[in-house]
Each structure stands twice: as C-alpha cells, then as structure tokens.
Design a protein around this ligand. Structure first.
Ligand code: ADP
Length: 486
C-alpha cells in the first residue's frame, strides 16, 4: 500500500524508540486494518512492557540535553516539524483515511488542524516567562521559574490520529519535555509518519518516541507507573481515563485528561434556521460523528421543531456515504464492528422507548462498518441515546419548551466537554453560555476547534486544557526560588 504515498518512506513499519525503528519484538506483530475495506494495511511489531521501558529510558536520556536547549532553538526545531507536516500533507492525510476511514477532504482538514498546533507552540516556546515577585522582606528576591515537567507519556485515540498527538507533543517539546506516545492500536501509521518527520526536523533521538502494539494495558501500566515518567496526557474515554488516573496515583504523576463528551446542542425558536442547520450538520457528522465534541443530544424548541427536523432529515438523506478515498464522500465508515453494534444498541433502545426514525436507522448497504446517517425524533432524557456518548452518525432530536428546561436537561450528565447553542437573542446567549456546565460553548456554530483557544472539559470530561497560550502550562512546572541575603 505504501506505493500510494508520494514518499514511501513516510510509511514506517516499526516503533520509534530512541531515534531508531524497531521492526521486530519477541511478541510478534499485529495488523492495521482499513475500516472501509477490511483489508490489512500492514503488520507492526507488538511493543509490551520491556519496549515501553526502553522508550521511557530513551526519553529520560534525551531530556538531559533537550531541556537545556534555548527556547529559540526548540522553537526553530518545532517550526521545522510544522513545515515538514505541511509539505507532506497529502501523504499524512492519505494515511489517516486509510487507517481511520474519514473522507480524504476531512483528513486534509485534520492535517491543517494538527499542524496549526505545531506552528502555534513553536511560537509559544519563546514565551514561557517566569516571574519576579515583590518580596515581603528586605534583602530577598522572590522568583518563579517555569521549567519543563520532564518525561511525558501520551496515550491517544484513533478518531484524530494526527491532531490528538500534535496537541500534546508540540507543547511538550516546545516546553523542553520529551515524550513517549502510545497511539491508538487502530491508527499507528499517522503517528509513525509524524515521528519520521520529527526526526527530520531535528528533534533529537529519544525526545519523541512512538510505541506500536495491540495491548494497551501492558504499555499503559508501565507508562503510568514508571518513576521516570512525570506526566500522563491522555485523550480517550472517561472509562479508560479513570483507570489511568488510578494507576498514576501511586506515583503522583501530573495528569491531563481529555475524556468523553455528551455534547448538548440547543436550538431556540429565535435561531436563524439556515445557520442552525449548517451548524448541526457540522457538529454532528464530522468524522461520521466520532468526535468527543460531536453533538450527542440535539434539543429543539417546540416552535421550530418540526420544520427543523424536516430540513435535517432532507440534508441527512442527501449525504454521500462511502470509502473516504472516493470523490464527494461525506460520511465514511465507523471505526469497527464494535462501534456499529453500539449504534444499533442505542437506536434499538430509543425505538423501544417510542422514538421515531426519520432517516436511516440501520447498517448501510455497503456492509462492513458503514452505518446510515440517521435522524431520530421523540428522544427523551432517559434513553441510552441521550445518556451515553453514541460516537456515530445518529442525530437524536429532543423537543423542549422553555430555556430553563433546556439548560437543566443539557447539564443532566456527568460529562462537560462541549455544548452548542443557536439563538439570535444576545441576553439569552450570555445566560445560557454561562449556565452550561461545559468547557467549550459554540454559539451559532458547530465548529469550535482551533489552536488559539483553550480546549478541554469540566466534570468527568477531563482535566487541563490543550491549545491556546494555556496549553503549554500543562508541560511546565512552577519552581519558586527564594533568594535571601541580598
Ligand atoms: P476510544 O473509545 O477512543 O477507543 P479508549 O479510551 O478506549 O477510547 O482508547 C484511547 C486510547 O487509550 C487508545 O490509545 C487505547 O489503546 C488506550 N487504552 C485503552 N485502554 C487502556 C488501558 N487500560 N491502559 C492504557 N491505555 C489504554
């Protein structure tokens, strides 16, 4: 398959440890599967405990010099990484579509998004300022230094194979940390290509390592317990996040967590319906609904409910489903059979509870893990569809009457990542934005993610923020120096 790339050497067939490619381990290999075709794209070596230890030790050795480089030097190297990612955008996007399934246009968009963090943090590298604090006593100076946390371990999901890595690795490297990445089992190829480009950019051997393998538990158990690892940064499910937090507690590691969501999207009677329709389609169907900020519950006020449902149904019916490499495809497959089974379970529960399917409602004729984009009305708060993160192309509509009712229902979840509201009433927009218990609010838009804004959740959706000037704080410790006798 690597003949499909412009540059075949971006298709790596081993783990990246200490600047070298490890193509064999004593534990054998596993296959990376294209979810659109079921085809095995390639085999990669299984890393387990011992390989993870090697990567951590390499990161600790690389840290000694990397943390001492100047901010300007790190900035230049991270910036070169950005340039190379942009230069190889087509190949990286192709890898994403092959291993993850999203349409190629979306994969290209993901590379722009992923690269924007690398560019941003190359710039932020130069702005990790400390403080001089007015001293409470004569003859003293009070300083606060900002120093790199140290060796970081990143565990990332399959839904954004490039961006979920660059959002972590770029600020870490910029701050002077080194990193071991364990990408999702399903999507290692993009991560390995990013590793190859990092080496070419001048990131020193050992400063950025990528482990391959299909036993996340074995790798994760070392990353969360090893004394040399000072930080765990994770994006994935709340369930796994809790496990990692528990494991990391034994050695009191610094943790950043981007966990699950159950995003409410509220459309009020006073919304511009054209804007709302576009916003909902963006917030729901990007990556076939497989995003932690995907609108999971769509609350529609009574006065516009039927008209909006009709328009959403028509737009959903017109979506082109298929292999992401084909022209014009808007919805790819979901990641695997388990994901399809979850969609079926959520829908069956809703239908049994009285919900009506307006469009779609079952597997797609294309077979495999293709599912029909689906609109369901008559959904209520008790249904699984509204309680759990569905992670697929199902759009559940919940009718509501009052603003208070909508906000109360929106907050009725343990999650608090993103929310969306559509309205033209400024006072209402303020009230509702402030009342929603989430880390992110989109107002009259379904697209909120960019490198300049702080991304992250409250409640059980996570700890910490990625992107923005705050994103680098996750990789920096404050050290207080009290200097007396002056
Ligand atoms: P998703 O639903 O996106 O697959 P997961 O939380 O299951 O979310 O997976 C996110 C990442 O966490 C993946 O890289 C996966 O391999 C990894 N992972 C899953 N279980 C564990 C575990 N017990 N320890 C460490 N990593 C894990």
């Amino acid at each position: 398959m690597n003949h499909m790339l412009n540059e075949a050497t971006l298709w790596r067939n081993g783990a990246l440890i200490d600047g070298r490619w490890l193509t064999e381990t004593p534990h054998g290999s596993y296959g990376v599967v294209n979810p659109a075709t079921g085809e095995v794209l390639c085999s990669l070596p299984r890393c387990r405990e011992s390989e993870t230890e090697l990567a951590v030790e390499a990161a600790a050795r690389a840290l000694v010099d990397w943390r001492k480089t100047t901010a300007g030097n790190r900035s230049e190297i991270v910036r070169r990484w950005y340039d190379l990612i942009v230069e190889h955008k087509q190949d990286l996007a192709l890898l994403i579509t092959l291993e993850e399934g999203k349409p190629l246009t979306e994969a290209l968009g993901e590379i722009d998004y992923a690269a924007s963090f690398v560019q941003w943090f190359a710039e932020e590298a130069k702005r990790v300022y400390g403080e001089v604090i007015p001293a409470p006593r004569h003859g003293q100076r009070i300083l606060a230094l900002r120093q790199p946390v140290g060796v970081c371990a990143a565990i990332t999901p399959w839904n954004f194979p490039a961006a979920m890595i660059t959002r972590k690795a770029a600020p870490a490297l910029a701050a002077g940390c080194t990193m071991v990445v364990k990408p999702a089992t399903q999507t290692p190829l993009t991560a390995l290509a990013l590793g190859e480009l990092a080496l070419r950019a001048g990131v020193p051997a050992g400063a950025f390592n990528v482990l391959t393998g299909d036993d996340a538990r074995r790798i994760g158990s070392v990353l969360t317990s090893h004394d040399l690892v000072r930080k765990i940064t994770f994006t994935g499910s709340t369930e796994v996040g809790r496990v990692l937090l528990r494991q990391a507690a034994a050695t009191v590691k610094n943790c950043s967590m981007e966990l699950g969501g159950n995003a409410p999207l509220i459309v009020f009677d006073d919304a511009d319906l054209d804007v709302a329709v576009e916003g909902i389609l963006n917030a729901k169907y990007r990556n076939s609904g497989q995003s932690c900020i995907a609108a999971n519950r769509i609350f529609v006020q009574s006065g516009i409910h039927d008209a909006l449902a009709k328009r959403l149904a028509a737009r959903t019916r017109a979506l082109k489903v298929g292999n992401g490499l084909e022209d014009g495809v808007q919805i790819g497959p979901v990641i695997d059979e388990a994901a399809v089974i979850k969609l079926e379970r959520h829908l069956a529960d809703a239908v049994a509870g009285g919900a009506q399917v307006l469009v779609g409602g079952s597997r797609h004729d294309l077979g495999g893990s293709f599912f029909q984009p689906t609109v369901v009305t008559g959904v209520n708060r008790a249904m699984t569809l509204a309680r759990e993160e569905t992670f697929g192309p199902i759009m559940p509509l919940v009718r509501f009457e009052t603003e208070v009712e909508a906000v109360t229902a929106a907050n009725d979840t343990m999650f608090g990542l993103a929310a969306y509201i559509f309205s033209r009433d400024a006072a209402r927009i303020w009230r509702v934005s402030e009342g929603l218990e989430t880390g992110i609010v989109g107002v009259n838009t379904g697209l909120t993610s960019n490198e300049v804004a702080p991304f992250g959740g409250v409640k059980q959706s996570g700890l910490g923020r990625e992107g923005s000037r705050h994103g680098i704080d996750e990789y920096v410790e404050l050290k207080y120096v009290c200097w007396a006798g002056l």
